[in-house]
Design a protein around this ligand. Sequence first.
Ligand code: NAD
Length: 394
Amino acid sequence: MIIKPRIRGFICTTAHPKGCAAHVDEQIAAVKARGTIANGPKRVLVIGASGGYGLASRIVNAFGAGAATLGVSFEKAPEADRTATAGWYNNRAFETRAHAAGLYAKTLDGDAFSDQMKTQVIERIKSDLGEIDLLVYSLASPVRQHPRTGVLYRSAIKPIGETYHVKTLNVDRGVVQEVDLEPATPDEIAATVAVMGGEDWEFWIDALQAAGVLAAGFKTMSYTYIGTDLTWPIYWHATLGKAKEDLDRAARAITKRLAVLKGEARVAVLKFVVSQASSAIPVVPLYGSLLYRVMKDAGVHETTIEQIDRLFRTQVYSGKPQRLDEEQRVRMDDVELTDAIQGDVKRRWPIVSTENLATLGDLDGFRADFLKIFGFGFDGVDYDEDLDPALAEL
Ligand code: NAD
């Protein structure tokens, strides 16, 4: 099979095995170039390990701190006439490279929201690692089947209160257009909190703590986005923001439960990057492509792996006091939110159009990052090669 990108709206339905491996290699190289993270964790569980910020967290802790890593993700294996999802190839490529470096790495594919997955992970920790020092919770999912009630919740990415009339970007067509986003119903708000809020993070900690597999000084991190008034109507003040507020509640509750271990739970506020999840949020791709241009021109652009490397290297395991806000979150969006960067993005926002997007924004950079997620656009990968999509060796 000759594997080319097949884009449908904000997803790509194909993934290139060798390109995904090249993406993993690029991230490993970025971490290694920064040297060892002293005093890092030795046994790490990453929930949502196969892509975006979760994969970056796994790579940083494995190749920066030398940690054994157990990953959980929800990916599709290849079929004879169909590629796997990108995350499936990422997992294979990561494991091969970790094993070659003498590091334990195991990935369990399945529903992280289920009790069965929690039981499976606990069995694995007991048999292979004993305890864990760090849990990174980096799930981004549109649905969650509640493990106690069986109710299937679907998140809704919508404003709250009133219809929001706003500019957005159709990334596929490169068109800036205006849309009306209808407000969420109370049920939709509650469902979004049920899917993307903190309850499942708490369920994980409860299960792991009850099984006695959390080490003394155990830490857990979960990731959030806040942004500014440009995106607040669809993010922070909207359904997703309510879910993320619930993560702050969960962090406080988990920290209390971890007191016996002298452990801590923190939410880290990360910068905007292109990911499968972030591409699906209206308005955000337009904001993102303006932000990319402004941050690149100012020489302060950070990639997914650079952001996560800085988080663990300079905040979580630096041994120095962390840069926290009033909610005790670690702020890694510090550069994105400076007055200079935001002022420049806000200056461009009212005037950006389909015609001037190439100069005011970085649509090419945005698209290139989007394709990279699926393994496309890497030098040294032969995209005309006839490949078996089930390529086992990566
Ligand atoms: P992503 O889409 O790249 O990755 C999501 C991960 O979750 C994948 O590994 C996927 O397999 C896994 N997953 C989804 N449903 C699952 C399930 N039911 N069971 C097991 N695994 C499942 O997303 P991302 O952008 O890296 O987002 C990760 C976190 O970072 C989210 O909490 C997001 O809100 C946060 N965040 C993202 C950004 C951004 O700009 N991308 C910014 C700040 C914070």
